[in-house]
Design a protein around this ligand. Structure first.
Ligand code: BG6
Ligand code: MG
Length: 230
């Protein structure tokens, strides 16, 4: 039975993914790296240092910099990013999200945030959404970034729920992989070809309707139960 929802933040609750990409592109240009369009998908959902590694890989610059230089690049990107998100307000909550959160609350579902971003609590506060969530995973506590399932497993544990009691929402391919590796039901938001591993796909957040997603979730749960009973 469905008891909880777990949300990625960047690109799901709000369009801060474009600010991450803008800040990374600025750093990449400075390093003389021209990122191809497919880098946009590769960078989504990855932790700060994993994202930097992806960029250096695109530029053939892996192994060129010291730990200190890498930390300075990451700090520089974060400084640019925090400037870009500073003006975010409630108006930046993506279409359909307020409705989804309100429907979930009315239905008695508990909710958690599973974002790799250390800036997630600040953004949630600016969006006036903090009170909807009973738990937010602290990425500082994690050993592995998405696509590792750790962050979704942690969020589910913080909610005190089983894998078949939650639905998780992601806009990143690495994130959908992480949800599926955690054994949870995945809703993919964005290009269906990129997010083909999700159980339920929508082109954008405006198409997220809890009652419809729940029907698909219940059908899949029922089919699984029938199969396990032969
Ligand atoms: C994820 C974003 O939510 O957080 C990534 O999708 C980002 O793009 C990652 O790299 C880490 O964010 P931050 O704010 O801690 O650098
Ligand atoms: Mg995301």
């Amino acid at each position: 039975m469905l008891k909880g929802l777990i949300f990625d933040l960047d690109g799901v609750i709000t369009d801060s993914a474009r600010f991450h990409l803008a800040a990374w592109n600025e750093l990449a240009r400075q390093l003389g790296i021209e990122l191809p369009p497919e880098a946009n998908d590769d960078l989504r959902g990855r932790s700060r240092m994993d994202s930097l590694a992806v960029i250096l890989n695109y530029g053939g610059q892996v192994g060129r910099y010291s730990e200190e230089e890498l930390a300075a690049f990451a700090a520089q990107k974060n400084a640019a990013y925090t400037k870009l998100i500073a003006g975010m307000t409630e108006a930046d909550v993506l279409p359909g999200i307020h409705r989804l959160l309100d429907d979930a609350k009315t239905s008695g579902l508990t909710m958690a945030i599973a974002s790799a971003s250390r800036n997630a609590p600040v953004i949630l506060n600016q969006l006036r959404l903090t009170d909807y969530f009973t738990a937010t995973v602290d990425p500082n506590d994690l050993q592995h970034g998405k696509p590792d399932p750790e962050i979704f497993v942690r969020a589910q544990k913080l909610l005190g729920l089983q894998t078949d009691e939650v639905i998780s929402f992601e806009d990143a391919s690495a994130g959908v992989q992480a949800i599926k590796a955690a054994g949870q039901y995945a809703v993919g938001i964005g290009d269906v070809h990129v997010l083909a591993a999700a159980d339920y796909n929508v082109p954008d957040t405006g198409a997220l309707v809890l009652s419809k997603i729940k029907v698909a979730f219940d059908t899949q749960t029922q089919t699984k139960e029938e199969m396990s009973h032969g």
